[in-house]
Design a protein around this ligand. Sequence first.
Ligand code: AMP
Length: 417
Amino acid sequence: MSYRAVKGMNDILPDEVARWHALERAFRETAELHGYAEIRTPVVEGTELFVRSIGETTDVVEKEMYTFSHHSESLTLRPEGTAGAARAYVEHKAHAKEPVSRWYYLGPMFRAERPQRGRYRQFYQAGCEIFGDPGPACDAEMIDMLVGLFRRLGVADVVANIGSIGGAATRDRYRAVLRDFLAPKAGELSDHARARLDANPLRILDSKDPRDQAACQGAPNILDVLDEADRAHFEALLGHLDSLGTPYVVDPLLVRGLDYYTRTLFELKSSAGELGSQNTLCGGGRYDDMIRGLGGPAVPAIGFAMGLERILLALGPIDAPKRTTCSVAPMGARAVSKALELGRALREAGVVADVDGRGNSLKSMLRRADGLGARFCIVLGDAELERGAVQLKDLAQHTQEELPMAAVVARVAGGAG
Ligand code: AMP
């Protein structure tokens, strides 16, 4: 019997992790510079939280959630991060502690999707949420932060697509307009879209089925039915982006896959070849009604989530800072405890140190040092022990020198010298 990871859930092996760390570091630094503080919520929540917040007739809730029952509770592996953050915001009455909360998170999400390049069943998202600020200035700041982050990371050709879905009243009006437009074409729609025509026609705009996409050609534009307040919000957002010089494209047909959005919507896409059709790196928007819907006060909110796997696919190599590495190669049993001591002293001096205690030949220990990418190898055998000395091999310069044991740590920590 051979064991394999579950389909669509991937191991991230040690030699790939440096790129993840570099991306995560850039995200954290950027978020913290903008005043966000990290929140960590459980990966499992009560199922009802996601049904209520994401929406019953969304793809995520209808078919992508990993739900299981435990005793009499229905639990779900989180498919996204906003619902949990909003639940925590209400549960801990964060609104009573500060007027505006800026939170970020980073972690695994789970969706039972058909796995393909850039689409997995366990994937990692990093996201930010602002609770308590109605925008539009903070909407612009968030989009500008993302454009800046992607530029800093060096993701090629990122475009910010921006739309507005209006508030509840606008959306009700638009739903009716869209239903009237699509109803005569009901026969041309996919079965799934036809079933959604009454309950949630907006989702049909988002369908990947070519029949639905054809039927939506020429559909009325939501930006034409925004009410006055929604329009003013949207225009002010675009005005702020213009004055910041943040590049964007207005996408009147932008509807995102989750039901909780109000007003501002945005997606950042890249044309990097590796991504193919999974080219949305980041999606977000305002969700002004969610906190109240979850039993909290009427607190407006906005947030985004970006997929770390997709960003890594879009990125070339990331330079991770490299520390000096030194392997310690003891020859013979007596030298091993001295080697362990040297290993500890090297680490205390900030050097990555590896002690090869396998009792193998010098040749094999040097091969291991090479494999680790070590700059130095300290060799110590009985003869060196007697003299209180070590042999220091510089594996980059191909040189060797004998040094007093007491001097070798400072020499290695000083680098190439
Ligand atoms: P969403 O939560 O659906 O708005 O997705 C936000 C971002 O998360 C997307 O733009 C992707 O970058 C990423 N994402 C969503 N679903 C997946 C998935 N199944 N696999 C990998 N990344 C995903």
